[in-house]
Design a protein around this ligand. Structure first.
Ligand SMILES: *Cc1c(COP(=O)(O)O)cnc(C)c1O
Length: 374
């Protein structure tokens, strides 16, 4: 039998799907460009690496690697329940929080139903929506002149909620913009949604959102049965490689999410590493401090060079140029610096740059000066 074109057999949502664009791995850059000692500031990973406590816990788990992991993640859920002051029945574990975003789409969307999210919101929302054949209603973001330029416009989002809406995705802070929402306004927004609409607040960068602007929507779960909050160990906890994230929701929603969750979606090293990382307050503290200082330093460096910087509450900066980001990206790659062009978000003249160590930030700015002079 001859190979045929299988795309007509694929379900419509999958046929039109464009896969997620990941940051380039260092090994790939070095292979393709013949450079060495590259730095990666492209995927919002923690430049401090992983917590030593997490590493130790994972090493301790190695001897038992031949056993299936605990399918219910009892110990990690117990620790998370303690951290959030919630019952373990409110927690869904994911292979990264990407996993739980997909569970939400699988459990609550289908062709004819809709999700609502903002323009420039995290790329997984459209992918999860399309994957299950549902329709995305995309609300225009705040304009470039708004104080929260490119950020979510909650009013515009609310206007797109209708009878067929089942999920509203809010990223606070958002990736790739770094923008955040005022806590009181966001709470009012959640309260305004009709009961047939589930509000998903993605808090992947919540640990970086500090001070007066900080919002922790997990404290609203008692008040809103239609609220889901997602978190991850990939960013501030420095554990992107082991893939652990989770959703917090009322036990009814949690039960549905766990019906679509593959039984062993979080592996045993990941369960152990994540649980141990929760104990490392010192690591989180150092992470925040380095991020705060690096953010300030890079913001100044970019501003001095006349670049537009979108204010960020996360661990990266979205910076505007007067040239296409794709072109700039090439010039950075040749210098062994991986950053993220965001043309796939419709942000052609922007680059997203993760805050690195002081040394990485200096290298980035050195490369930037060369690129700008080209
Ligand atoms: C990185 C990120 C995630 C998910 O990352 P996982 O590694 O899958 O946990 C979720 N939401 C946003 C906004 C992100 O930037």
């Amino acid at each position: 039998m001859k190979p045929r074109d299988y795309s007509d057999l694929a379900v419509p949502g999958v046929r039109e799907l464009t896969p997620y664009t990941p940051g380039k791995p260092i090994s790939e850059l070095e292979r393709e460009y013949g450079v060495s000692e590259s730095i990666k500031l492209a995927s919002n990973e923690n430049p401090l690496g992983a917590s030593p406590l997490a590493l130790e816990a994972m090493r301790g788990e190695l001897d038992d690697i031949w056993l299936y992991p605990d399918a219910n993640g009892f110990e990690l859920k117990r620790r998370l329940a303690e951290k959030h002051g919630l019952d373990p029945a409110c927690i869904t574990l994911g292979n990264g929080s990407n996993d739980v975003l997909v569970f939400l789409a699988q459990a609550f969307l289908r062709p004819g139903l809709e999700s609502v999210f903002s323009q420039y919101a995290f790329a997984v929302y459209p992918i999860a929506t399309q994957m299950v054949g549902a329709t995305a209603r995309i609300a225009p973001a705040h304009g470039a002149d708004h104080p929260m330029a490119l950020g979510h416009d909650l009013k515009a989002m609310y206007e797109r909620v209708g009878n067929d809406t089942r999920l509203v995705f809010v990223a606070n802070p958002n990736n790739p913009t770094g923008t955040w929402l005022d806590g009181a306004r966001l709470k009012d927004f959640v309260a305004s949604l009709p009961p047939h609409v589930i509000c998903v607040i993605d808090e992947a960068y919540v640990e970086y959102n500090e001070g007066a602007r900080a919002t922790d929507a997990s404290t609203w779960l008692e008040a809103f049965p239609n609220l889901v909050v997602t978190r991850t160990f990939s960013k501030a906890y420095g554990l992107a490689g082991i893939r652990v994230g989770y959703a917090l929701s009322n036990p009814g929603i949690t039960d549905l999410l766990n019906r679509v969750r593959p039984a062993f979606n979080v592996n045993s090293l990941a369960l152990a590493g994540a649980a141990a990382a929760l104990d490392d307050e010192d690591f989180l503290h150092r992470t925040r401090e380095m991020n705060r200082e690096g953010m300030q330093w890079l913001t100044n460096a970019f501003t001095e060079r006349g670049l537009k910087v979108i204010p960020s509450a996360a661990n990266f900066l979205l910076t505007g140029f007067n040239r296409p980001g794709g072109e700039l990206n090439e010039a950075f790659l040749r210098r062994g610096v991986i950053i993220r062009p965001v043309g796939n978000y419709g942000l052609d003249n922007y680059l997203r740059i993760t805050i690195g160590t002081p040394e990485q930030n200096r290298r980035l700015v050195e490369a930037l000066d060369e690129v700008l002079a080209e």
